[in-house]
Design a protein around this ligand. Sequence first.
Ligand code: NG1
Ligand code: MG
Length: 492
Amino acid sequence: MASDPVPEYKEIESVYGLEGAPAATHRLQRLAAAFRKQFGADPELFARAPGRVNLIGEHIDYEGYGVLPMALRLDTVVAIRRGGDRLVVANLDAEKFPVVEYGTDPAQAVDTAHHVWANYFLAAYKGVYDFLASKGADPPAPVGLQVMVHGVVPLAGGLSSSAAIVCSSALAVMAVRGVHPTKGEVADFTCKAERYVGVTSGGMDQAISVMGQPGVAKLVEFNPVRAEDVHLPPGATFVIANSLTVSKKQETADRRYNLRVVECRLAAALIARKLGAPPAAAAAVRTLREVEPAVAEKFGPGLKGKLRAVDELLERGNYLQDKIEADLGVPLSELFAGEPSPLRVVGVVAGEGFKLRDRAAHVYSEADRVYKFRAAAEDESSGAEALPRLGALMDASHASCARLYECSCPELDTLVGVAKAAGAIGSRLTGAGWGGCTVSLVRHGDVGPFMAALRENYYSPLLASGRVTEGGMGEVLFASPPSSGAAVLRIK
Ligand code: NG1
Ligand code: MG
C-alpha cells in the first residue's frame, strides 16, 4: 500500500487541472466577476477544498482512532486579495450569506453564541496565525483581506461543508501571505482552527479535505495526522443520499456532538481509575485510545479484551454527575476546568447524565471495523466476497451508531432501510449523524435502478411537498468517485 508522501503544499498548486476542466474554470471566472463587482479589483488567487464522505469510522477521530473517508468533487472555492483594512467576507450567494466584516486582529474571539456563516472564515484566519506563532516565526503584520466564497457542499449534511470552507479559507489566507506549510501541517492546524466555531471535533474532515486524492479512499490516522491510500475493489460505487433532515451541530441547544466527546472522555477516565490510576492521573486521561495499554494488560489484547473491559468496568444506563465524581474522586468542574467553553458547559450541565458503556463499546468496535474494512477492500484474493464483506461492516457500523452511539434519527434509519431494500450491499449514516446523509455501497451496474428505487421509496413525498425540487435532486442523491483534495489556483 502506498503511503501519502505528504508533499509540499506548493506542489498542489496545479492539481486541480484547470486546463481540461472547463466547468471548473467557468466557475472560477464567475466568482472572479462577482469579486470584481464587490471589491473593484481582481482576486489574487483562489483556493478550493472539497467536502468528504466517510465510508466507515464514525465518531472515533476525536478518540484518536483512524477513519476511512474519501474526498468528494463538491467543494468550496475562496477568492482572495489583499486590500482595505478589514476582513470583508462575501459570498457568491449573497442572499443566503450576506457580507460579514471583521477587524484584522487574529486574537479576536469567534462569537460562538451568535453563529454566522463567515465565522468559519474567521476561525481559519485565526488558525493561520496560530500556526505561524507555533512555528516561532514572527507572523506577518495583519492586513485587510477581501474575500468571496462559493460553496457547493450541502450544508449541515454530514459531508463536511464546514471543513471545506475552513480549509479553503486557510489555504487562501496562507497563499496570499506567501506562507507554504506542508499538507500535514495544514490538516493539523485547520482541525484545531475549526474548533473555534464551537464543535470539539476530531481531525478527519480537514485531513481528507487537504490530503484526498482521485481514485482512492484514505485511511486517515492521527497524532501526527497522516493518510494512506485505500484502493476500493472494482465494481464498488458509493452512493450518497441526503435524508433532508438537517444536522446543525453547533446550533443545537443540547450540543449533542460535544456531549459525545464528553461521554467518551468520562468513560476513558473511569476505566483508567478502575484499573488503578490515582484520581488525578485518571482525570487527566482524554481518550479511550489512551487507556488501551492498561486495558490490554488486564483483559487481553484486541477488540475482545476491550469489550470485556467496557462490560466489566462500566455500568449500564446513565451516570449522573454525583456517581461519576464518587467513582473518579474528582469533581467534574475540576475535570473540565482548562477545557474550551463548549466542553466545560456540556460537562457540567448534562443533567440527564452520561451514557458511558454504550459509547465506549461503539468507539472500540467501530475503530476495529475500520481496519477490517481496509483489509477487505484490499484483499485481492477475496474476489466476489469483497463487496459483501464491506457491506456487512457498513451495516454493523450503522447499527452501532444508531443503538450504541445514538447519533442516528428516524429519517436516517428509514433511508438506510430503503437503501437496503433497494439492493444496497451496505448502507449507513455518514458524518456526525442526527440528520444529514447516508452512504450506500452499490454494485456499479446497479446504480441506476438503485437511485430510481430511492427516488420512489424515500424522495417522492419530499418531491411532492416541495422539500426538494427536481433540479435539486442532483445534490441530494448522487454517486461520487474519490476525488482530489485541496488546491491553490490561479486563472491562467
Ligand atoms: P461532520 O458531520 O461532517 O461535521 C463530524 C466531525 C468529524 C467526525 C464526524 C463523526 C466536525 C467538523 N467534524 O463531521 O470530526 O467526528 O462528525 O465521525 O464536527
Ligand atoms: Mg462539519
